[in-house]
Design a protein around this ligand. Structure first.
Ligand code: FES
Length: 64
């Protein structure tokens, strides 16, 4: 079981145009669903290699 902190299994986020957000994939972040760097400890403890997924929203074009 990886979701040991019983985080919600789904969430919806809106990313502002031009921003990037790092989402946690180790399920251990205290700022879940955002990555807070805890995955480094998880990787060291469990000899794993997990990290965040970084999602970006393109800035809106001023041409439109
Ligand atoms: S804290 Fe979970 S991926 Fe970074």
């Amino acid at each position: 079981m990886i979701n040991t902190k019983n985080r919600p299994d789904r969430h919806t986020e809106t990313i502002p145009a031009g921003k990037r957000v790092a989402f946690c994939r180790c399920w251990q972040s205290d700022k879940f669903p955002y990555c807070d760097g805890t995955h480094r400890e998880v990787n060291a403890e469990q000899d794993d290699d997990v990290g965040p997924v970084i999602v970006g929203a393109e800035a809106e074009s001023s041409d439109e």
